[in-house]
Design a protein around this ligand. Structure first.
Ligand code: ARG
Length: 415
C-alpha cells in the first residue's frame, strides 16, 4: 500500500494538480483536507472535487470557531497590525491550518504534509515552520515550489490529466479569504502606481458609491473581546460577519499596502478588512480610556512584536506564548462600549465609555467642579525643566545650520 500525504486542499488549480503530481512524483496517496476559516465557498463541491481529481479521501474541517477564539481575538487584543496597515488575515490562518493538518497526518499515519504555496511568498514559510514546530519529524512537500511549471504549463498539465480548470483561473488576481479579511494581489496591482480597479474589491463598496448618510455602530467589549453590536449580544463569528457587511457597505476597510515580505521582496497587496478595521480602531479607543500612558506605550511595542511574529510564521514560538500572556493580562479592564461612525470609506471613533475608565472629568474639566490643583503644577514644572535649565546654563544650543540655527551662536568657537 502506498504511503499517504495530507494535502491542504483549496479546490483551486494548483492544489488540484498537486493531487495528481504527488502520486506521479512521490507515489503518495493524497488525503485532501480543506479548512474553512470563513472563506464562504461551496465546501461540499470542493470536497467532491478532491475525490474527482484522485484523492483517496477528502475532508472539510470547519475551523471558524477555533480561528476566531484562538487567533483573531487574541490578535485583536494585541492590536496586531503588520507595518501599521495589514490586520494579518491570511497570516493568522496559517498556523491554525498547520495544526489541523498535523492532527490529520498523525491520525492517518501519513508520511508527509503538502501545501500549495509557491516559493515566493510568506505562506510557505508559515506552513513549513509551523508544521516543523508541531511535528519535527514530518516531511513537508510544497509541490508548486518544486515542480517549476509556469501558469500555462500547470493548465496544460491539468488538461492532460482531465483535471477541471476552475473558472477563477480567468481572474487576474490571486485571492485569499478568511473571516478577518480578504487579500488580493497580482495582475495590474503589481504596478504600485496603478489605482486598484473596482474589480479588485468584493467585500467593500466603493466609497463614492457608499450611502450619503453616515451610520453609527456601537461595539461592546469585555476584557478586550467584542461581545455586542448595538447592544445586541453576538458570538464571534456572527459579530465579525455582521461588521464585515455593515462596514463594507460603507466602503470601510480598503487597504493598499506595499509590504515587506519575509522572503526579502516588496510586494503590493490590496486588503479588504471591514470588520478588522472597525474592531481594531474601537479596541484601541477603549484601551486609550482604560490603560495608563505607560501601559499603552509598552503595549504598542508588544503589538509590533506580535504582528511581526505572526507575519513571519513564528506563531508557535515560546516568545509568542509569553507575549500572549502579557496581552491577556493587559485586557483585564478593557471593558466598555465604543461608538463608531461609518461614512463613505471612513471609520471614526466618536464616543467611548467604560465602567473602568481612567478618564476623570473632575480632573480634566475646565469648567465648574475642577479638582485639579494648578498650584502643584508649579513645583512639578520646576523639577521637570531642571535638567534642561542646568544644561542651558553650561552648554550652547545654537547651530550653524538646521532648525537650531535660529538660536544665538555666541561663544560657539570656544565649544
Ligand atoms: N501578503 C499577505 C501575507 O503574506 C497575503 C498572502 C496571500 N495573498 C494572496 N493574495 N493570495 O500574509
Amino acid at each position: 500500500m502506498a504511503e499517504k500525504v495530507v494535502l491542504a486542499y483549496s479546490g483551486g488549480l494548483d492544489t488540484s494538480v498537486a493531487v495528481k503530481w504527488l502520486k506521479e512524483k512521490y507515489s503518495l496517496d493524497v488525503i485532501a483536507v480543506t479548512i474553512d476559516v470563513g472563506n464562504e465557498r461551496d465546501f461540499s463541491a470542493v470536497r467532491q472535487k478532491a475525490l474527482d481529481v484522485g484523492a483517496i479521501k477528502s475532508e472539510v474541517i470547519d475551523a471558524k470557531e477555533l480561528f476566531v477564539k484562538y487567533f483573531v481575538f487574541p490578535a485583536l487584543q494585541a492590536d496586531a497590525v503588520y507595518e501599521g496597515q495589514y490586520p494579518l488575515a491570511t497570516a493568522l490562518t496559517r498556523p491554525l491550518m498547520a495544526k489541523l493538518l498535523v492532527d490529520v497526518a498523525l491520525e492517518e499515519g501519513a508520511a508527509a504534509i503538502a501545501h500549495g504555496c509557491t516559493g515566493k511568498g510568506n505562506d510557505q514559510v508559515r506552513f513549513d515552520v509551523s508544521i516543523n514546530a508541531l511535528a519535527p519529524d514530518m516531511k513537508v512537500i510544497a509541490p508548486a515550489r518544486e515542480w517549476g511549471m509556469t501558469r500555462e504549463e500547470t493548465i496544460a498539465y491539468a488538461k492532460k490529466h482531465g483535471i477541471p480548470i476552475p473558472v477563477t483561473v480567468a481572474s487576474p488576481y490571486s485571492i485569499d479569504e478568511c473571516l478577518w479579511g480578504r487579500s488580493c494581489e497580482c495582475g495590474v496591482l503589481e504596478d504600485p502606481w496603478v489605482e486598484p480597479p473596482d474589480d479588485a474589491f468584493t467585500w467593500t463598496k466603493s466609497p463614492d458609491q457608499a450611502p450619503n448618510k453616515a451610520q453609527y455602530v456601537e461595539i461592546g467589549f469585555e476584557k478586550g473581546i467584542p461581545v455586542t453590536v448595538d447592544g445586541q449580544e453576538m458570538e464571534g463569528i456572527s459579530l465579525i460577519s455582521r461588521l464585515n457587511e455593515l462596514a463594507g457597505s460603507h466602503g470601510v476597510g480598503r487597504i493598499d499596502h506595499i509590504e515587506n515580505r519575509l522572503v526579502g521582496i516588496k510586494s503590493r497587496e490590496i486588503y479588504e478588512a471591514p470588520a478588522a478595521t472597525v474592531l481594531l480602531q474601537a479596541h484601541q479607543a477603549l484601551e486609550a480610556l482604560t490603560l495608563t500612558k505607560d501601559q499603552m506605550r509598552f503595549k504598542q511595542e508588544v503589538a509590533t512584536e506580535c504582528a511581526d511574529l505572526v507575519y513571519n510564521g513564528l506563531w508557535f514560538s515560546q516568545l509568542n506564548r509569553d507575549l500572549s500572556s502579557y496581552v491577556l493580562s493587559s485586557q483585564r479592564y478593557v471593558t466598555g462600549t465604543v461608538r463608531v461612525k461609518l461614512f463613505k470609506g471612513s471609520c471614526r471613533v466618536v464616543g467611548r465609555k467604560s465602567p473602568k475608565s481612567l478618564y476623570n472629568l473632575s480632573l480634566a474639566t475646565y469648567d465648574k467642579g475642577d479638582k485639579f490643583d494648578p498650584s502643584a503644577a508649579e513645583g512639578f514644572i520646576h523639577l521637570w525643566g531642571l535638567p534642561l535649565k542646568t544644561q542651558a546654563q553650561v552648554q550652547l544650543l545654537g547651530d550653524k545650520e538646521g532648525p537650531f540655527s535660529i538660536l544665538p551662536l555666541k561663544g560657539r568657537e570656544e565649544d
